[in-house]
Design a protein around this ligand. Structure first.
Ligand code: CO
Length: 158
């Protein structure tokens, strides 16, 4: 496993649409391993491939101590709304209030290529929506109701 460099802010790769994975080969598996390591190293709860400059539809999340690797994730059901604070490893010195579904059901392929479903709510649902948005070139700052600027660590202004 290796750390990958996280693309930030105005990097155009963050605005592109990622491509569906057709074959789960060693490159994809290595990418997922590297993304897991990079996410943990950066103390993030999720990471999408375009954030490391690869335009493939793969994400990793870890909101509860367990890493899940999702290939070609797709929201198939959603319910309710929640509004909460989000930040992103690719967006410097900001956080924002974002409205998301309260619950989502996501269909994806695991690393063996098996079709899986994950049902989640609250933070995990938020994280899945945030990461899937990355695959479509969308950043949370595009849809936030309010953006905070972090002046110093822990200090925010609107
Ligand atoms: Co992000």
């Amino acid at each position: 496993m290796a750390l990958r460099k996280i693309k930030k802010d105005d990097d155009p790769v963050l605005r592109k649409i990622s491509k569906e994975v057709k074959e789960i080969d060693d490159r994809i598996l290595t990418l997922l391993d590297d993304m897991e390591e990079t996410m943990k190293h950066s103390e993030g709860v999720g990471l999408a491939a375009p954030q490391v400059g690869v335009l493939k539809r793969v994400i990793v999340i870890n909101t509860d101590g367990e890493t899940i690797k999702l290939i070609n994730p797709q929201i198939v059901e959603q319910e309710g709304r929640q509004c909460g604070e989000e930040a992103c490893l690719s967006v410097s010195d900001k956080s924002g209030m974002v409205s998301r579904p309260k619950r989502v059901k996501v269909k994806y392929l695991n690393i063996k290529g098996e079709e899986q479903y994950i049902e989640s709510e609250d933070l995990k649902a938020r994280c899945l929506c945030h990461e899937i948005d990355h695959l479509n070139g969308i950043l949370y700052t595009d849809i936030a109701e309010k953006i905070y600027k972090i002046v110093k660590k822990g200090e925010k202004t609107v």
